[in-house]
Design a protein around this ligand. Sequence first.
Ligand code: ADP
Ligand code: ASP
Ligand code: MG
Length: 825
Amino acid sequence: MTGRSPSGESAPPTVLKFGGTSVEDAAAFERVAEIVRAERRARPVVVVSAMSGVTDALLASVDAASAADLEPQLERHRLVARGLLDAAAAAGFETELEGAREEIGRLLESVFQAGSTLPRLRDEVVSYGERLSSSLLAGVLAARDLPASWVDARRCIVTNDVAGRAEPDFPETCARARAQLSPLLAAGRIPVLGGFIGASAGGVTTTLGRGGSDYSAALLGAALDAEEIQIWTDVSGVLTADPRVVRNAYTIPTLSYAEASELAYFGAKVLHPKSIQPALVRGIPVRIVNSRAPQDGGTVVAAEAELWPGTVKSIAHKTGITVLQITSARMLGAYGFLRALFEVFDRHRMPVDVVTTSEVSLSLTVEDGAALPAVVAELETLGEVRVEPRRAIICVVGEGLRTTPGIAARVFETIRDINVSLISQGASRVNLTFVVDEGQAREAVTRLHAALLEGTAVERADRRTVGRGKRSRSRRPVVRQSDRPTAVELTRRLIDIPSVSGDEEAVARFLGGQLEQLGYGVEYLESAPGRPGLFASTDAAPRIVFCTHLDTVPPFFASSEDDEFVYGRGACDAKGIIAAQIAAAHRLRAEGIRELALLFVVDEERGSIGARAANGHPAARQCRWLVVGEPTENKLATGSKGSLRVLLRTDGTGGHSAYPERGRSAIHTLLDVLEDVRVIAWPVAPEFGETTCNIGIIAGGAGANVIAPDARAELHIRLVTDAAPVRALLEGAVRGRARIEYLSATPPVRLTAVPGFDTCVVGFTTDVPHLSNWGAPLLVGPGSIHDAHTAGERIAKADLERGVELYVQLARTLHADAVATEVRA
Ligand code: ADP
Ligand code: ASP
Ligand code: MG
């Protein structure tokens, strides 16, 4: 294969959207470039908003029909260009900026002449925000050796011609976006487009409504069938409430599309309300992340999301709402009345958020706006209209609301002294929505957050007790047993997040979220770009650390189960083990053993990059016992064999296969060598057993009718001694006929035995040798190594439960020992 990328041309891209604050100045542009670089392998398509404040300034300039106040905004672009582009590129961008200034001036002049604004002129002016930021970003990426290509978003996003809030024509957008972007992606380029803007079929510039860059990203993601849509913003994901109102708001690790949709619709500004639909249609996950803190876990929005113990996940609110109550004698059963009513809103393109009805009246909410008086006047022809301005909508969201009774009672009890109207539960039934006076919205949101979302974390309860230096016996565990996934459930959820070595991030972020909910402090360990490991600790020093790996061997296959087993990639190696360790740690903490932590690393199946990185962690020195999980059939391994990976290469002289005597076949030589290797009498050691040698790969040759010019074999030898005697034996057998490369060598390891537990010796290698700073290693876990790496990988449910029990008992024993030693000392 020549010159084709191994991932193939059809590997789906990832859309990365950067909001205005993510490109506010030169430093922000630099952060964006680093994020794009880190995502390079994901075939990024970059969508960018105008630099923060620029859209507002452009809109103000249209209203004032004057460009006077735009100069500082243009200067901000200039500063970035001068700071980050080379002289020639900066000069080129300044020419573009100059052109934009002239064109905006010309457009504003025609606004001035007309004495009123044509909506399409407004869109044309405001589009410069994204046109300039995207061109600048493409330049910055190119200056950093990233193969960026600027693409005019108006050639991709096709809309109707409703200025200011144009509706996209999705099929047409799909076709155009693919035609524009696929060739660039295939050529390894990184397309960069402005968000928010599009063009009508007739080529007139349009915009998608304020905050519309999220929508652009989602539309392009759906058009290209992206792997993921990433929304990079100034907060670490969707939070439990608007952080400007609730200081204690925290990140929600996962949301369902329905939950995210409701939140966005009812005021969580972090996502544009329309941005969920295109992702949902194509089942593309949307990840919301912080461009100022890329290492923070954000929020993943996908079809399924975890249920939270308190059932409520977030509280959104939206101010600037007017309630209209329309009363009419014709209301009773009058279909025509309702239709006439909604036609009024339709004509004025005024969205209605919440609707409730009674026998004689209908109440609904709309956003304040210039069109309101005209709407009210028309409604008055249909009945009596009461207008209640300065209201706010509050929306409590969580999938759990579908099934949990009593939430509404709790909600209204919490704000019983606040006047509530228009209570409704959306069709998706994941929200409870109601209206309060605008002046009371902050108070209501703050109180609801405190009542519904601040009490639920075990962590807080734990912190409080630790703070007082004693454990309160009356404390009821806040996360009830029945609310947590069982080990089997968690195993399946972990299996279903693919994490073949190299691709561990999603499972790490998911687990991080789970562990945070269970009250751990979670730290992501940067082992390699986009491959975070995870360290979860309590506030006590970690004496006993449960550890295993996040990665699996390929290929991924999803989970399934029957009465006896859970199946799926990683079932026994090592996702079942992760679940068992988490369950055990949870039980131990409930018993009062707090000196526990969990360490999950990447890359165990390949080169142990994760374990090596974790070995430098400052907590390592505090750890006395490292309980490493691998499938040992719940037996404590007293030793694990070492490993020596070897590459043998032979050379030949090519030639026509019809005349073998004229050449020398590298394959024949290799086969001779391997035959001798197979009969080597390898060392045997009493505590570890026999050395074994697997010839895992043989390859070579040029064609069936060619004398093979080269050949190679890869061996994996399991060591029971040092590598030295084995190497000597191997070199003796090869006798110079092949070149030998030693790819890696790990000596056999003696592990810690604890009286009272069944023991075994294992033939496979683990991360243990690379975690030498983490105290005495133990190796044990449910599942059988004979099921690991197979096409039918599985773990017996009973084994999984026994594994949890075993980890609990082992930690209790070790803890008692630690306490005894500390008392002695
Ligand atoms: P961008 O410029 O990146 O598009 P936005 O300002 O549109 O960013 O959205 C991010 C902002 O949304 C946050 O800074 C925050 O103030 C606000 N916000 C409101 N509700 C929420 C919420 N529930 N979670 C996160 N952010 C929220
Ligand atoms: N720049 C546009 C706005 O400020 C679009 C966006 O940022 O998403 O509304
Ligand atoms: Mg936004």
